[in-house]
Write a protein that binds this ligand. Structure first.
Ligand code: URP
Ligand code: ZN
Ligand code: ZN
Length: 467
């Protein structure tokens, strides 16, 4: 028996178009778009009059249940994807991070184990490559064939995840050969280590030194170097969690030269500033992440980068740690504060209020940065990232009249604080739909554990990006 849903009277916004249409969904797929559509009795009908319909959000940067810096991130695939659903995100892409010496296949299997049967929305994986050797290179074709067509390389976290330029070049060449995409964490790990050692020697141990040990120059330098190495290898490049103008200028210059360089930023870099490190005593640990929050002047540049197409997507880098017991591990030594913040449930709402409603993004740009950009970059388009016949019925239906506030009191994240506490929300998702199933209604979870499916992503397609 087919499972049908009709969404009537809404206005649809994709990255490319705005139009009024009813949406007929059958067995999780959009089968018709048009005015005055009808369906049979017994089928689900949603009235979206006065509402705005967008493709379901894609958060292409999460770390659920990640063992990191001596602890494990607080949201797992169950709590993380439930929060995602409640906040308008219907697909997440998490990072498999192998241990050194571990077979990539074993690390991927471990991530499948963590996710299978737990997720409320669809999910895919990237893989991080903390070392490069013959075994890793030999395994890459099988990893790509398995739907993991993007590799994250760390230019920071020296002594742990960081690789050197020779290794990065090897990965860039391999990625090119196998039509995969290299994403870099662009910070100069040697500079950061140098600064951390200096601060330690001077007894500067508070969280306010985290930002001083991670200067924007280190991010700009690493972005520049990664772009140069990618050009040398003839490979495309993607920069994750870009936080500052120093790095953005490198991306823009590369694009204007005709190089295929793509980049994401995150809500924290668009909306929060480094002042938080100075104001809050040890509570500043809540915002310790890498790269760190930057001077407020960067925010306008990043919004402009999104509008101008130098940045194609906004992801969260959701890597949540409780303040109590986890962030507190770094009391007396900021280098021991687990890096990361929560945000997977907040991203779409923050961008709607602070982007669309604040006049910084058009509704089409909003659809692009919450969904279409990541879908195209990471081989999920047009199944995901748009509202079109044949696409998965993944939708976020905004009620622009509904108001709210981001708070730890209402968060769905499994963590004891909110990074965006007190931010007013002007417009909220009325319905969030994942493959034709309503998974959240006015912020209440209505989905089910295990509904989410693993997505095998296509290979990287440079043709999506005219440059
Ligand atoms: O602070 C961060 N970003 N934590 C997660 C790991 C990473 O570098 O993405
Ligand atoms: Zn990173
Ligand atoms: Zn990350």
């Amino acid at each position: 028996m087919t499972n049908k849903m009709l969404i009537k009277n809404g206005t649809i916004f994709t990255a490319a178009d705005s139009f009024s249409a009813d949406i007929l969904v059958e067995d999780g797929k959009i089968v018709r778009l048009g005015l005055g559509l009808e369906t049979g009795s017994g089928d689900t009908v949603l009235d979206a009059a006065g509402m705005e319909i967008y493709p379901g959000g894609i958060d292409a940067h999460t770390h659920f249940a990640l063992p990191f810096m001596g602890t494990v991130s607080a949201d797992d695939f169950e709590t993380g994807t439930r929060a995602a659903a409640c906040g308008g995100t219907t697909t997440i892409v998490d990072f498999v991070i192998p241990a050194k010496g571990q077979k990539l296949a074993a690390a991927v299997a471990a991530w499948h184990e963590k996710a299978a049967g737990k997720t409320a929305v669809d999910y895919a994986f990237h893989i991080a490559l903390p070392e490069v050797n013959a075994q890793v290179l030999a395994e890459l074709p099988a990893v790509v064939a398995d739907g993991i067509s993007s590799f994250k390389c760390f230019m920071a976290y020296k002594g742990a995840l960081m690789i050197d330029d020779d290794q990065l070049l090897q990965i860039l060449r391999a990625a090119k050969e196998h039509s995969a995409l290299v994403s870099v964490h662009a910070e100069n790990g040697d500079m950061l280590t140098h600064l951390m050692k200096r601060f330690a020697a001077e007894g500067k141990t508070g969280p306010e030194y985290h930002v001083l040990a991670h200067p924007a120059e280190a991010e700009g330098e690493a972005a520049h170097r990664a772009i140069l190495l990618a050009a040398f290898a003839g490979a495309p490049l993607h920069i994750v969690h870009l936080s500052c103008d120093e790095a953005l200028r490198e991306v823009a210059a590369a694009k204007l030269r005709g190089q295929l360089v793509l980049a994401e930023t995150c809500p924290q870099y668009l909306l929060l500033s480094e002042d938080l490190y100075r104001k809050n005593g040890f509570e500043a640990a809540k915002w310790v992440m890498s790269p760190p929050l930057r001077a407020a002047a960067n925010q306008d540049k990043l919004w402009a980068g999104l509008r101008d197409g130098f940045l194609q997507s906004v992801a969260t880098d959701h890597c949540s740690f409780n303040f109590k017991g986890q962030k507190e591990m770094g009391k007396g030594d900021f280098m021991k504060i687990p890096n990361g913040i929560p945000g997977v449930g907040d991203r779409v709402n923050l961008l709607y209020t602070c982007g669309v409603r604040a006049g910084r993004l058009t509704r089409n740009q909003f659809a692009a940065v919450i969904a279409a950009g990541a879908a195209k970059i990471f081989g999920m388009y047009p199944e995901k990232g748009t509202v079109a016949v044949g696409s998965d019925a993944d939708l976020v239906i905004f009620d622009p009249a509904r108001k709210g506030e981001v708070s730890v009191r209402t968060t769905r994240h499994n963590v004891d604080y909110s990074a965006f506490e007190g931010q007013r929300l002007d417009g909220l998702p009325a319905f969030v739909i994942s493959r034709g199933k309503v998974v959240a209604k006015y912020g209440e979870f209505t989905g089910e554990k295990g509904h989410g499916r693993y997505l095998k992503r296509k290979k990287f397609d440079a043709a999506e990006w005219c440059h």
